[in-house]
Design a protein around this ligand. Structure first.
Ligand code: MRU
Length: 347
């Protein structure tokens, strides 16, 4: 439906829509070197858990391509360095590490099955392309499983951006909304602005409006009031890392929404691919939370909004305990409590 792309492989480059500039400018950033891809992830040109996984995979493919004139030993050494640089970009979304591990495995497989450098390069590009293609398919499947939680006429609340911009395409939470709309349901979406980076106001509103999906923006302190007045029927968000017991890390503010939803008896779903589930993390306390620059909190549009020396905090994610989650929508179906057991059965 929409006429933009989040990530594109171009045989000698990876191109991203610059999400820092949306919605005011639709500009694309072209990365011809894996280090530029790493920088694009780090500086949030591209963001959203599945999208940064796909980007890292393409970045690695780009890096391997630049090693095609080297001997196998040198290639191996440099490959490790490329993966290490990708790993250091952002800490919370586990999809990043999932994609890098997948590319590493593929590299080892290619080395043992063919010693030919050209074949290795080709195989790595194919592997990244597959991660991209699969992501879109997976999101559509998540949408098909999740669409029934949204009934005709419902008001849905979402937080941050878990849409086409946060994935290879279609989206996870917004994918569920898109799938429900494809069933001709009339749906209205309330969008949390999502301070401090404003993914809701800048990105979710932009992509929903592009698709002519009915939506209304609210600032982050308004959802409780809306809930108390019966204006929200269901909450659907994405996730950056889900622990083995179902505790889910997502954009800062998600936890507050979950507490409010519980108090008002409103169901709250997390929509995410299996690549977001970290089975090595028994519960949410083990999920690393990214701390970002305090300027994001203290400065808005270049303007300081507090005393210069003011203390501030900026944790970029929070963890919603499984007790506040109604269901986790995946490409293998919806998991309900007890989440530990349900998540285990997915794998
Ligand atoms: O810091 P961001 O913008 O990368 O955070 C993104 C989120 O928290 C999303 O909700 C999450 O990655 C799910 S995206 C399908």
């Amino acid at each position: 439906m929409h006429n933009f792309y989040t990530i594109k492989w171009e045989s000698d480059a990876v191109t991203f829509i610059d999400q820092r500039l949306l919605p005011l400018e639709e500009t694309y950033v072209r990365c011809t070197d894996y280090k530029q891809v790493a920088e694009a992830i780090e500086t949030m040109v591209v963001r959203g858990a599945p999208a940064i996984g796909v980007s890292a995979a393409y970045g690695i493919a780009l890096g391997v391509q630049s090693l095609r004139f080297y001997e196998l030993d040198r290639m191996r050494r440099d490959f490790k360095e490329i993966c290490d640089i990708m790993r250091r970009t952002r800490p919370t979304a586990v999809n990043l590490f999932w994609a890098i591990n997948k590319m590493e495995k593929e590299f080892e497989n290619l080395i043992s099955s063919t010693g030919n450098v050209e074949h290795i390069v080709e195989g790595m590009i194919k592997a990244a392309q597959k991660i991209y293609d699969d992501d879109i398919e997976i999101n559509k499947t998540i949408g098909n499983y999740g669409r029934d939680v949204i009934k005709d006429g419902m008001n849905v609340l979402t937080h941050c951006n878990a849409g086409a911009l946060a994935t290879a395409g279609y989206g996870t939470a917004l994918g569920v909304i898109r799938a429900a709309i494809e069933q001709n349901k009339k749906i209205h979406v309330y969008v949390d602005e999502t301070r401090p980076f404003l993914q809701g106001a800048r990105l979710t509103m932009w992509e929903l409006m592009k698709d002519k999906i009915e939506c209304t923006l609210l600032s982050d302190n308004m959802s409780g009031s809306l809930m108390s007045r019966g204006k929200i029927d269901v909450v659907i968000v994405g996730a950056d890392r889900i622990a083995a017991n179902g505790d889910a890390a997502n954009k800062i503010g998600t936890y507050s929404v979950a507490v409010l939803a519980k108090y008002h008896n409103i169901p709250m779903y997390f929509a995410a691919p299996l690549s977001t589930i970290d089975r090595n993390c028994p519960n949410g306390s083990g999920i690393p939370i990214e701390e970002r620059s305090l300027d994001e909190v203290k400065i808005i549009n270049g303007k300081q909004i507090c005393p210069k020396e003011a203390k501030a905090i900026n944790p970029s994610f929070d963890v919603t305990p499984n007790s506040l989650i109604t269901g986790i929508i995946t490409e293998k179906g919806i998991v309900y409590p007890p989440f530990g057991k349900g998540i285990k059965s997915l794998f």
